[in-house]
Every structure is written in C-alpha cells, then in structure tokens.
Design a protein around this ligand. Structure first.
Ligand SMILES: NC(=O)c1ccc[n+]([C@@H]2O[C@H](COP(=O)([O-])OP(=O)(O)OC[C@H]3O[C@@H](n4cnc5c(N)ncnc54)[C@H](O)[C@@H]3O)[C@@H](O)[C@H]2O)c1
Length: 425
C-alpha cells in the first residue's frame, strides 16, 4: 500500500489552497492534518471542506511552528515570510514545498542555504513551470541537440494588461518594499527556466525598465478615483468593471476562480458580490491613483558562462498572457508561444515540425494551473520522498541562483551598470 503523507499548510490563500485542493482530491497519497492562517474565515472554510480537526488549526505561526505536525509542509504565505518560516520548518524536520519567490533579500537567501546544509530535507521551490509539459518538451529538444548548439534566446513574458492592473498596480505585488521587485515576482520562473535551458550559470546582467504608465499624470481628464463612480467605467480597459465583471462573464461566470476570487473571497461568486467588492476594496481603485511603485516594463540582457546570450522582456502592455520565445542554435531554431499553443522546431533547410502544447498536457491535470505544472510538481515531491524516482529537476541551490539573477537585474535597472552575479568572477 502507498504511503499517505501527512500535510500541513502554512498560509492557505490562493496558492496554498490550490495545492491543498489537489492533495485533498488524492487521499491515497496525502492527508491534510493541520492548517495555519491568520485569516479565520480561511481556516473555517478549509477545515470544513477538508475535515481538519479544530485542535490542529492555528492563527499564530509561532504556536504552529512549535512542533512538527506532518511530513510535508506547504509554505504559501507572502514573499517576505518564506525564509523565516522555512528555516524553522527545516529545523523541525519537515519536507517542504516552498512558494516562490523565496525572498527578495540576498542575506536571507544565503542564510536559508546554510540552514539547508545542516538540515538537508527535501525542499521544492514552486518553480512550477519546470514541470509543465511544454517547458519539459523544450528542454528535451535542446538536450537532444535538435537545433545544434544553443547560442541565443529571445524570451518574452507577456503579463497581460488586466493581470498587470490586478497584481502589480492594485494588488499584492504593487510595492517592492512590501513584497519583491516585479522582475523577481513575475520572472523568477523565467530566470529559473533560462538557466536550466542554457545549462550554465549566469555571469552578468544589464537591465532597463520603469513604471511608465500607471501613475497620476496619465489619469484621463475627469476620471474618478474609483472605477465604480468613473465615467470611463465601461470604456477604460483597466476598469474594474472590465477586469472583474466583463472578464468574469467571458470566462462563463465561474463560481470560484482566480483572479475574481481575490477581488471577492465570498464564494460562490455572483455579479452583485463582485461589483460590491470592487466598489469598496482596493481592486476598484483607478489604476492611475494607486500607491504602486513596481515597473510596468523591463528588459534584462544576460550573458552566461558558456557564452550563451539571453534577452528577457517583461511587459504589462500585452493583450494576452503567457510566454513566447525563440531559441537560436547553430543548426536551427525553436519557436515557442504558449498562448498561441505551439512549439515549432525548424532545422535549417528542413520542413518545420510543430507540436500543439495542449496535446502535450494531461487534461486531468491541466485545470490545476500552469499547464499542469502545479500538480506534477506536488506529486514529484511526493515521489522524491517516498519513491526515490522523482522528476524533481531543481535544487534549492539552483532556485536561489535564479533569485540572485533577479536581484542583479534590479540592481542594474536602478544603477544603469552591468552587474556580475557572482562577485568572484
Ligand atoms: N508558483 C507560482 O506560480 C506563484 C503564483 C502566484 C503567487 N505565488 C506566490 O505564492 C505566495 C502566496 O501567494 P497567494 O496569491 O496565495 O497569496 P494569498 O494572499 O492569497 O495567500 C497568502 C495566505 O497567507 C496567509 N498569511 C499571511 N501571513 C501569515 C502568517 N504570518 N501566518 C499564517 N498565514 C499567513 C494569508 O492570510 C493568506 O491566506 C506568494 O509568495 C506569491 O508570490 C506563486
């Protein structure tokens, strides 16, 4: 009989609960035995839905972290909480699923690596795209030398205009002094994948970028500070009416779906509840009158030790979300666009071979997010602990490396200088 892993969740918001839902649906592998969240409504909801005993519900992280309560701990709190919690959890002996970004503070990243050396349990940082079939396919193509030797990558992170407004203007990640710089928050997946694809460490980075648009000087004439009261409510693409009502209808009136359930946590969602939520909360604020300070567009130029060059563009000014990239090799190109659903391999002088990404994904898993990556990653941690045949492709060290790249990009953006990722080089 398979091992059933006892699981505790620390921070059961959008991400923590997402992993929890998958675990609850797979009782042959997981049993959720304890939850800690400062929000009592969340504790109440998931203790009922998942049958967690009231004695094992906590609102105080210190109380919760006094003893080991399970085999696996999911850390789904916000960016600045992760390292403090993860260090304690390692000392208690947990295997850990740790949300990204690990931390925006270099000293904390290095302190976590030190603790991990002393307590070398399994830590999987949620770089979920490494597990998503489309991104796995690209790695396979590169490893098989389908395009010869890789020389250059052009990579674009399309944030999408509504996501920029939701997360990086009105929402949780609008201020880097409270969470992390946007290049780390949005692109630590990309930076992690890029170092994985290049197959070597990044040597130096140069970056430009700014907050160019979501500020008061661009507020249209006569606009109100809240979308509900605004004369542009039905015409502005960044209006909350579009973001949370029209888009919600476009999605088929889902009862409980991100980002609508972030604007209004009172599920099942209705049009009335969503409109009342944005009328009174931060998600209805005019995008030109928020207290945001993170960028809305940024470019990062990277040189890797093996000579491969990469240009990463992150922009909020896109109609659709997703990543697209071109990999240039000595014998061909790989073109990739996850929104347009294709990977195309062009060997020079030959007919292109095209893969539809949606056909690579197991439809049972696709619904859970990141093209199936979320649940494949969770199950890979399980396999790493119990079956020793895991598909975990990353280490805590490699995850920290991508965070250092992000910090250097931010330093370069602010200073205008080329920044070396490792001092000694
Ligand atoms: N892997 C990914 O692709 C991905 C995607 C989005 C977000 N994230 C990251 O996941 C993390 C969580 O994001 P989210 O969208 O779920 O946020 P969220 O706000 O929905 O969830 C955070 C939860 O932590 C709880 N919390 C806060 N402080 C706490 C404390 N001291 N003790 C216990 N609980 C506490 C909050 O009440 C909330 O329920 C963030 O670090 C974010 O950057 C990762």
């Amino acid at each position: 009989m398979a091992n059933v892993a006892k699981v505790a969740i620390l921070g059961c918001g959008a991400r923590g609960a997402g992993y929890g839902k998958h675990m609850f649906s797979n009782p042959d592998k997981y049993k959720i035995v304890s939850i800690c969240d400062i929000n009592t409504k969340i504790l109440d909801r998931y203790s009922k839905e998942w049958g967690v005993d009231s004695a094992n519900l906590f609102t105080d992280e210190n109380e919760f972290l006094k003893e080991k309560r399970a085999d696996i701990l999911v850390i789904g709190t916000q960016d600045r909480d992760h390292v403090r919690m993860c260090i304690k959890a390692l000392e208690l002996g947990y295997h850990i699923l740790l949300e990204k970004p690990i931390s925006p503070i270099k000293e904390e990243l290095l302190a976590l690596l030190e603790t991990h050396k002393k307590h070398p349990q399994n830590v999987v940082v949620c770089h979920v795209l490494r597990y998503a079939p489309a991104f796995v396919k690209i790695k396979e193509l590169l490893s098989s030398k389908a395009i010869g030797e890789l020389r250059l990558i052009e990579w674009t992170e399309q944030v999408a205009f509504w996501h920029q407004a939701h997360s990086f203007v009105r929402g949780n990640w609008r201020r880097d002094d409270q969470t992390s710089p946007m290049i780390m928050q949005k692109c630590c997946h990309d930076l992690d994948l890029l170092q994985y694809y290049v197959g070597d460490k990044c040597e130096s980075v140069y970056s430009t970028g700014d907050l160019s648009f979501f500020k008061e000087e661009f507020q249209p004439e006569g606009a109100a500070d809240n979308c509900y009261d605004c004369k542009y409510r039905n015409t502005c693409p960044y209006s909350a009416e579009y973001g949370y009502i029209e888009r919600w209808h476009e999605k088929g009136d889902p009862k409980d779906l991100w980002p609508f359930n972030v604007c209004c946590s009172d599920v099942p969602l209705t049009e009335e509840k969503l409109r009342e939520a944005y009328r009174t909360n931060q998600y209805g604020k005019c995008v030109f009158k928020c207290d945001n300070c993170v960028v809305d567009n940024q470019m990062v130029n990277m040189k890797f030790k093996n000579g491969v060059k990469v240009n990463l563009t992150m922009t909020g000014f896109t109609a659709v979300p997703g990543r697209k990239a071109t990999f240039y090799g000595t014998l061909g190109e790989i073109r990739f666009d996850d929104f347009a659903d294709f990977i195309e391999v062009v060997e020079f002088g030959k007919t292109p071979v095209r893969y539809n990404i949606s056909e690579l994904v197991d439809t049972d898993k696709a619904g859970y997010g990141h093209g199936g990556g979320d649940v494949i990653m969770v199950d890979s941690l399980y396999d790493m602990i119990y079956n020793k045949d895991s598909k975990v492709t990353t280490s805590l060290e490699a995850s920290v490396e991508s965070h250092l790249m992000a910090l250097c990009a931010e330093e370069s953006r602010k200073s205008g200088n080329v920044v070396k990722v490792h001092e000694e080089e």
